[in-house]
Design a protein around this ligand. Sequence first.
Ligand code: F6R
Length: 359
Amino acid sequence: DKGTYPYYMLKEIDEQPNVMRKLSAKYLDQVGQPVITPALVEKLRDSDRIYIVGAGTSYHAGLVGKAQLEKLTGIPTEVHVASEFAYETPLLSEKPFFIFLSQSGETADSRQVLVNVNQKHLPSLTITNVANSTLSRESDFTLLLEAGPEISVASTKAYTAQIALEAILAKAVGEAKGVAAAQTFDLKGQLAVVAQGMQSIVDEKNEIDQIAQDYFVQANQAFYIGRGIDYTVSLEAALKLKEISYVHAEGFASGELKHGTIALIEPGTPVIGIITQAGTAGLTRSNLEETAARGAQTLSIVRQGLARPDDTFVIPDVDELLTPLLSVIPAQLLAYYTSLNKGLNVDLPRNLAKSVTVE
Ligand code: F6R
């Protein structure tokens, strides 16, 4: 039931602070220690390479998971688009461990990979929102997202729930391996900051609605740019805009623009820089300025500690491994309000289904 909300998507965006609190309460104990089945932690600890498999938004959540897992566990991690992996399987390491990310747990592309993995008797975990879903039943371990039903076709709360749960898993495995970065990571404290930060962003809905009206409703193309983890969020941000507002949008590694894509910038083209990582903030800012010099309408989503007075959206400071949990929220809302102001059916975009059960 969407209650007083016009669309499920807005309700699901608003639920995200609460999903963070639920995940923290379920998977981290009073003193912040991960509560994850020991057998799962051991299997991951003993693996020499992690393979994350997903489609669409879940693939994008996997890209963030790679950064978290490598930093907190030291285990090399690859992320793969399910439909590609199924038929072009890369060379596998000696002791691979597979993580399937799927909100629905029913995505045929991901399931095909799992069928292959099971034929090879390799260990796997499914992170899903749906208990007893196909992927959950067919993999060795399951972790539930506890996000509540996601009805809107555009995935929002499942993305942030997947990222939070990947961080918890990474901390658990990193601690088991004795990695200092995992031991000192106050994830419980940080997730509380994230929940509050999400709330402060969703409380600024009206401003985001206005920006959608001013710059996106008339646009026929838009670009999100960033580096590292911010690049991965730019992919997700662009997907949201495409699928529900039908604005052609792309996410780019900001350093790549000058190698071709910058030719597409026209006067007024919205370009949004995502800037949350201290090490690359200056570079992404320069790349954003290069697009402004070609007439782009530039906007920015910037972490507080890196913010300047003219930034568009300033998100609260959190650990750099968790910034996607906050930087994606203005992008979700921007897609929502662009779609709404164009008079589209936000929850049921054309040509799309909530769960894709064909390859
Ligand atoms: C985008 C979206 C899709 C799904 C994809 C995978 O908003 O919803 O890209 O993320 O179809 O679905 P799951 O996570 O159910 O495997």
